[in-house]
Design a binder for this molecule. Structure first.
Ligand code: DGL
Length: 274
């Protein structure tokens, strides 16, 4: 039996990272947990996000994952360091890979970041970007309306466009900003709308691709890349409605997802409380 890679998110957003993992690492198996019932995490207090994240992690640790991908910016901002300290496996978040990709792309040195209130208020992106390059100018914007529309499946059409357009207006005045980081894993699902509103001069960056590259590098370094002949198998768990999750997952991964179940996380004792 091969060990899977564990992937967590507050809901369906992490599927944008999981799909990149499947594309770049087709031999690897994935177990995904989306805490759809308690999504969004963005407006929740830090302590609550930490507790919910540990519940998902504990669920996955019992399933013998070889690596954890925190495919949620909000959870990454609040828990990455703690998870890295306490877990015996490698842990990758989505903030550093996204920040790195933005720095590689930007010519003007002015970068925008959009994310949940939790992520933006934590200043995790500003710190990470300026840690890499102290001269980078960052324009960040909390977008509390965006993850909920994605979670409801409102990803195209007039309503979605209007919400995205209204939300992003504050960023339009930064004429020198040439790069925009999608600092929430839900946003790649409305990437076309975001690109349309920001215009062709702004490169929109999502962290999925870069995160999957980092996972590949780390597994390679630890000699943990799967070398056998077994087909990969992916399992999905949601705390919310299975049918809704299944429809979004099948659409995003471009195939019918059958291995999907509902899970009760609030009954799982978090690792940090043991
Ligand atoms: N997908 C999560 C992130 O990347 C956020 C959505 C939420 O608010 O739960 O931050």
């Amino acid at each position: 039996m091969k060990q899977p890679i564990g992937v967590i998110d507050s809901g369906v957003g992490g599927l944008t990272v999981a799909s990149e993992l499947v594309r770049q690492l087709p031999k690897e198996s994935i177990i995904y947990v989306g805490d759809t019932k308690r999504c969004p995490y963005g407006p929740r207090p830090k302590e609550e996000v930490i507790q919910y994240t540990w519940e998902m992690v504990h669920f996955l640790m019992e399933r013998d994952i070889k690596m954890l991908v925190v495919a949620c910016n909000t959870a990454t901002a609040f828990t990455l360091e703690q998870l890295r300290e306490e877990l015996p496996i490698p842990v990758v978040g989505v903030i550093q890979p996204g920040a790195r990709a933005a720095i590689t792309n930007s010519r003007t040195g002015e970068v925008g970041v959009i994310g949940t209130e939790g992520t933006i208020n934590s200043k995790a992106y500003v710190d990470t970007l300026q840690h890499i390059n102290a001269d980078i100018k960052v324009h960040d914007l909390a977008c509390p309306r965006l993850a909920p529309i994605v979670e409801q499946g409102i990803v195209q059409g007039t309503e979605a466009y209007q919400i995205v357009n209204e939300t992003l207006q504050p960023l339009k005045r930064y004429k020198n900003m040439d790069t925009l980081i999608l600092g929430c894993t839900h946003y790649p699902m409305i990437r076309d709308l975001i690109q349309e509103v920001m215009g062709p001069l702004v490169m929109v960056i999502s962290s999925g691709e870069e995160t999957a590259r980092e996972v590949s590098t780390i597994l390679g370094y630890h000699k943990k890349l799967y070398q056998g002949r077994e087909e990969s198998q992916h399992y999905f768990y949601t705390t919310g409605d299975v049918q809704v999750f299944k429809a979004i997952a099948s659409n995003w991964l471009n195939k019918d997802i059958e291995a999907i179940d509902q899970v009760e996380l609030d009954t799982v004792k978090s690792l940090s409380q043991r």
